[in-house]
Design a protein around this ligand. Structure first.
Ligand code: UDX
Length: 446
């Protein structure tokens, strides 16, 4: 099938590369000049396991063509995927400028029927508005289908190739048919299913899905707080929850809360939409508030241990990305932690397996950077761990303790584990003073 993907950010590039790899002829359209240059040079602008190889292969084989010219790409395509960003505005609403600009450009260039699938996360009713705007502009027939994406960073290619579900929001048989044909092989190769529903429900389902994930994270973090307060261990509580098939094991890891480019912005957008519709969502308000508090939990623990004033103290920070397998710092709890420690005068050495370049761009000379996890510990009197990179869990606790042992100072070597990656008892045996999230019984914080 001939396909255009408009917007080669995270979602668009994965979509374009995977479809090209499956044998489709894909035109990827990107308007940002810097990103376009990188892509044309065969480079991927962000880290996603396996993606740069896939993009290069698709470019070499000619299945993927990258261009800035939306109308050229579109007039040769049977389906156009809109994957442009919908970033949050200051009031929490979604900025839809890029979406409508792309829609207008598509409509203006359309000489025959145009099928548009919106993968960008958009407020309920956006696809209706977009279709009306495009129909006003185009000489040909325009159909807009809501096709929300559910890729998670770090495993986006697998999520695309074997989706749990593909949601198509439309009541038009003619619009649905090519999309069903396109997605069916992917859905059949996994254990997923195609879900065809109306357009507004499809738009809302995306928010509801991310809301459900966010709710679980805030729920477990709230119980973690209680664990610390009453002397219980959240990891043991979690085992009990996870063993109940009605609850299940996923998204129950206590830590520094949810970050990234999706969950936080989708929750604020959802709340904005609810307010605009005069509908209260106290549960969503609460899960958001819990998360806001949780993101600085590690800085709070450091202040509890070292006092308000951190001038002259050096700490190592391991893990900067909002989650492992990503170099994305957007809404990362690590960034809030670092900002809070810097504000209090601390000196920091940062390490992350993938996100150091992005951190350099953000902090420049205000912090130090280490090229290995252990070298970040030199001269530090505490380690703060913000992202659960599995390779960090492999490092020896005694090697950590040795490097942050500070006999000349009046504080013991602290390990602040914001993702409960290490075992508190083993950390204690290695000579570290361990503080995790909700590990009150395993290692009393008194
Ligand atoms: C999310 C959705 O999972 C995906 O379906 C949607 O398309 C985009 O948004 P992503 O942003 O990649 O994907 O991250 P996700 O894996 O959902 O994690 C979000 C945040 O929650 C991360 O900061 C992660 O560290 C945190 N999290 C996740 C927890 O704190 N505990 C958990 O148990 C799970």
């Amino acid at each position: 099938m001939r396909i255009a993907v408009v917007g080669l950010g995270y979602v668009g590039l994965v979509q374009a590369a995977c479809l090209a790899d499956a044998g489709h002829r894909v035109s990827g359209v990107e308007s940002d000049e810097a990103r376009l240059r990188l892509l044309l040079g065969g480079e991927t602008p962000f880290y996603e396991p396996g993606l740069s190889e896939l993009v290069r292969r698709a470019l070499d084989r000619g299945g993927l063509r990258i261009t800035s010219e939306i109308d050229v790409a579109v007039c040769q395509s049977e389906v156009v995927f809109l994957t442009v960003g919908t970033p949050p505005r200051a009031d929490g609403s979604s900025n839809l400028d890029a979406l409508f600009e792309a829609g207008e450009a598509l409509a203006a260039g359309a000489s025959s029927a145009l099928l548009v699938a919106v993968k960008s996360t958009v407020p309920v009713g956006t696809c209706d508005d977009l279709e009306s705007a495009m129909r006003r502009r185009a000489d040909a027939r325009v159909d807009v289908v809501a096709n929300p994406e559910f890729l998670a960073q770090g495993r986006a290619i697998a999520d695309f190739r074997e989706p749990r579900r593909v949601v198509l929001g439309s009541t038009s048989e003619a619009a649905l048919e090519p999309l069903l044909a396109l997605y069916r092989p992917f859905v059949e190769s996994g254990s997923g299913r195609l879900v065809v529903i109306d357009r507004r429900s499809a738009e809302l389902a995306k928010y509801a899905a991310n809301g459900a994930l966010a709710l679980r994270v805030s729920m477990i973090n709230e119980y973690a707080r209680l664990c610390d307060a009453v002397g219980a261990d959240i990891e043991e509580v979690r085992q009990v929850l996870a063993s109940d098939p009605r609850i299940g094991p996923h998204f129950l890891e206590a830590g520094l809360g949810f970050g990234g480019s999706c969950l936080p912005k989708d929750i604020t957008s959802l709340l904005h939409q609810a307010r605009a519709a005069d509908c209260e969502m106290p549960l969503v308000e609460a899960l958001y508030a819990v998360n806001q508090g949780q993101r600085t939990r590690l800085a709070e623990l450091a202040v509890e241990a070292f006092g308000d004033e951190l001038s002259g103290r050096r700490f190592a920070v391991w893990g900067l990305a909002f989650k492992p397998g990503s170099d994305d710092l957007r809404e990362s709890p690590a960034i809030l932690t670092i900002d809070e420690l810097l504000r209090r005068g601390a000196r920091l050495t940062l390490y992350d397996p993938a996100a150091l370049d992005n951190a350099r761009a953000l902090y420049g000379g205000r912090v130090d950077y280490a090229s290995t996890a252990l070298s970040a510990l030199e001269g530090a009197e505490a380690l703060l761990l913000c992202t659960a990179w599995p390779e960090l869990a492999q490092l020896s606790l005694s090697a950590i303790a040795e490097r942050i042992s500070t006999p000349e100072r009046n504080t013991p070597p602290y390990l602040f584990d914001g993702r409960n990656l290490f075992d508190p008892v083993e950390a204690g045996r290695a000579g570290l003073v361990y503080r995790g999230v909700g590990r009150g019984r395993a290692f009393p914080s008194g």
